[in-house]
Design a protein around this ligand. Structure first.
Ligand SMILES: *[C@@H]1O[C@H](CO)[C@@H](O)[C@H](O)[C@H]1NC(C)=O
Ligand SMILES: *[C@@H]1O[C@H](CO)[C@@H](O)[C@H](O)[C@H]1NC(C)=O
Ligand SMILES: *[C@@H]1O[C@H](CO)[C@@H](O)[C@H](O)[C@H]1NC(C)=O
Ligand SMILES: *[C@@H]1O[C@H](CO)[C@@H](O)[C@H](O)[C@H]1NC(C)=O
Ligand SMILES: *[C@@H]1O[C@H](CO)[C@@H](O)[C@H](O)[C@H]1NC(C)=O
Ligand SMILES: [Cu+2]
Length: 674
């Protein structure tokens, strides 16, 4: 890794066949913890709790990111005598109803600090405690009575855990709500909610502390809810032909440990229990400058806020923060070759700590593949020159890193797509199963009140909700000192009758001085939003930069004083800029479960710190308002969105001018069927 710059010879030709190289024994300082490191952390923390080690639960274990200056100076000094920054783990445990924040030094095998956290909110939930909690109702007599009353079979009841949020309570206990579903005749349990029952579980005591059975509504039918192919009956269709993505010369990328080199890109991938996929140190090779230039220090999804819009007793609390409460890494599912990722994909595993601290493997957590999606990278046909027709086309090939997190009913597909032109496209796909409410209605004509959603099937309302995905993007555009420029497009009147035209628009740029200058609600006024390096200009004198090309615009519609919106206040603006601060990683705060909104990006930014010519972080939220429709039943076709980070005066000219198109000369024994 240290010898980034020495490999440039290899990258002068794009799409050069490179064989995969297995990982070295040494770590990159940003590598996720290895299984053996998880075991070391577990043993060290266990050893520090003599007598009560079996009462410790590991709520989070991950890399304690090295200090950025230390890491950058190590990277810029690639010689073997310099030691990498110390390798540390950040651990959150629960012990005797208290939350501990522990830093473990893996080189000295010791605990650096162990503090009890006494603020609001609770850590990530472990999957073990959620499983334990969800099994409680099945042996709880009042629940069994509720099931009998509804004439359901207990053996077909499946329960699931839901975080409770915070609604102004003075005191909180570490609790969850449990909702149960009925599978009888279908795997699609989410379409068959046992409506009307509220179950609260105290996690410290692991017992049911509240139980209400308030109303009974008809159980939606199982019929039509199946999504498994094996359960479908004819007619089938539409028929789809497979498209081969064969690469006769093998993959064009090279994986060295967790470092990936492809075409002109070089970056690092890592796995985190909370964030899922983290991309670090993304640099692009500049053919003219003959060097790699950094674009992104670290980028990852920081929070995913999903508030439902039904204020009734059984539904009001459903305002989830999927990363901080459930962990996107913990919810990462193994990718299925040839289905989740194309045939040319290479897979990477991920590890997290189970509740006992021992490593748990997620196979095929990420896939990496070259994608030729039929797009054109650039082209021109010239017909104006007499006697000549010039046609130059470069098909686009990009490199995609993908993960999928399934948070209960919903599936999120997250892509990082690196383009040779210097763009990084972040793709978001929403699919899976809606969260529905059981009702008595079977036709819209019966509905006379607000049902907070759409009737999708008999007795089934798909409840309105949002998905806000907030990304932490620590851009380092050609160095870490950057500024944020709003290039506003303003209409001007033509003065003094110099022209038959009355108006035009022009660019009026404004550099954000402090955080408040960079809090932006998109769509209010046209502007290009650019992170520039104010210390570096192109030969022509423009500041080198990268601009944000936003995705679909969906601002929050909850009122600012509503509790979920206080906790999710980081969605108030689509764009925020903060000065880099190692501890400001999670937009909703470190302790998201039952948080009170006192540690959000919105609170940090009230300091209104200086952000000009500083190491800055761009926070961008891509939002979706989701009004369910019948096509979302029984499983939802992927709804795609995304945004792009695109070089803007970063290069002296088109960086893919001299890219050669891929050749398809020697497909081994390729025949076409008649
Ligand atoms: C925890 O440490 C104790 C000694 O302090 C040891 O007896 C026990 O086996 C350890 N447990 C685990 C799960 O490592
Ligand atoms: C610790 O765990 C043991 C066994 O699991 C249990 O009996 C004991 O009550 C626990 N102690 C505390 C203080 O929670
Ligand atoms: C190697 O690292 C040492 C210690 O940081 C430094 O003094 C030395 O200049 C470095 N050598 C090179 C060639 O960069
Ligand atoms: C970093 O941010 C945290 C939380 O906002 C704050 O408490 C701390 O003082 C900040 N550190 C620096 C060096 O500004
Ligand atoms: C390709 O076809 C040739 C001639 O039919 C045959 O000799 C060769 O073994 C084939 N190669 C592969 C890889 O199938
Ligand atoms: Cu949705």
């Amino acid at each position: 890794m240290a010898s980034l710059v020495q490999h440039l010879g290899l990258f002068l030709l794009f799409f050069l066949p490179l064989s995969l190289v297995s990982c070295h024994s040494h770590h990159h300082p940003l590598d996720s913890l290895t299984p053996s490191e998880f075991r070391q952390v577990q043993a060290i923390v266990n050893g520090s709790n003599p007598g009560s080690s079996h009462n410790v639960t590991f709520q989070y274990v991950g890399l304690d990111e090295p200090d950025k200056p230390a890491l950058l100076s190590w990277l810029s000094n690639p010689n073997s005598t310099t030691l990498p920054p110390p390798r540390r783990a950040f651990v959150i445990t629960r012990l005797h109803s208290q939350t501990h924040e522990i830093i473990v030094d893996l080189s000295t095998q010791s605990i650096v600090s162990d503090k009890v956290y006494s603020g609001h909110g609770y850590p990530l939930l472990t999957s073990e405690e959620q499983t334990a909690a969800s099994e409680l109702p099945l042996t709880y007599p009042p629940f069994i009575a509720s099931i009998r009353k509804r004439k359901l079979k207990l053996s077909d009841v499946v329960c699931s855990t839901f975080t409770v949020g915070w609604f102004g309570e003075e005191k909180s206990r570490r609790v969850l709500k449990i909702l149960c579903f009925y599978t009888d005749g279908t795997a699609n349990l989410y379409m068959r909610p046992i409506e009307g029952v509220t179950i609260v579980v105290d996690l410290d005591e692991m017992k049911i502390t509240e139980y209400h059975d308030r109303l009974t509504v008809p159980m939606p039918e199982a019929e039509g809810t199946e999504y498994r192919l094996s359960k479908q009956k004819p007619p089938f269709g539409p028929r789809l032909n497979g498209v081969s993505s064969m690469q006769p010369d093998g993959p064009g990328f090279k994986i060295d440990g967790h470092n990936i080199r492809w075409a002109n890109w070089d970056f690092h991938v890592s796995f985190d229990a909370r964030a899922g996929l983290i991309i670090s140190l993304a640099s692009i090779y500049d053919l003219q400058k003959r060097t790699f230039r950094r674009v992104l220090y670290r980028g990852y999804l920081s929070e995913l806020f999903v508030p439902y819009m039904d204020p009734t007793e059984e539904w009001y609390y459903k305002t989830f923060f999927d990363l901080g409460e459930f962990g996107f890494g913990l919810c990462t599912v193994p990718l299925q070759p040839l289905a989740d990722c194309p045939s040319n994909a290479v897979f990477m595993d991920g590890y997290y700590a189970g509740q006992d601290g021992k490593p748990v493997k997620i196979s095929n957590a990420f896939c990496i593949f070259e994608q030729q999606a039929g797009r054109i990278m650039w082209r021109h046909t010239e017909v104006e020159i007499p006697g000549e027709e010039i046609r130059e086309v470069r098909p686009e090939v990009s490199l995609v890193v993908r993960m999928v997190a399934t948070v209960g009913n919903y599936d999120y597909i997250l892509d990082w797509e690196f383009k040779p032109s210097g763009s990084i496209k972040l793709g978001v796909g929403l699919t899976g199963i809606l969260e529905v409410k059981g009702v008595s209605y079977t036709h819209t004509s019966q509905i006379k009140e607000d049902v907070y959603g759409t009737l999708l099937a008999h007795n089934t309302i798909g409840v309105n909700h949002d998905h806000f995905l907030t990304y932490h993007l620590d851009l380092d555009v050609d160095g870490d000192a950057n500024s944020f420029v709003k290039a506003n497009l303003e209409t001007k009147r033509v003065k003094d009758n110099i022209s038959p035209r009355k108006s035009y628009w022009t660019v009026v740029s404004e550099t954000a001085k402090t955080e408040s200058d960079a809090q932006i609600q998109l769509g209010l006024k046209p502007a290009e939003l650019i992170v520039v390096n104010p210390n570096k200009k192109t030969k022509l004198g423009n500041y080198v930069g990268y601009r944000l090309i936003p995705g679909s615009l969906s601002s929050p519609l909850l009122s600012d004083d509503d509790y979920p919106q206080i906790r999710g206040a980081f969605t108030k603006y689509d764009v925020w800029i903060t000065p880099y601060n190692k501890s400001e990683k999670w937009a909703g705060g470190l302790y998201m479960d039952q948080s009170r909104g006192d540690d959000t990006l919105a609170v940090w930014s009230q300091r209104n710190r200086e952000i000009e010519n500083k190491d800055i972080v761009l926070w961008y939220t891509i939002g979706f308002h989701h009004v369910p429709c019948q096509e979302d039943f029984p499983v939802m076709p992927t709804l795609s969105g995304g945004f792009e980070l695109r070089p803007t005066n970063f290069f002296e000219r088109n960086p893919v001018l001299k890219t050669k198109p891929p050749t398809y000369g020697h497909w081994p024994n390729c025949t076409t069927k008649p």
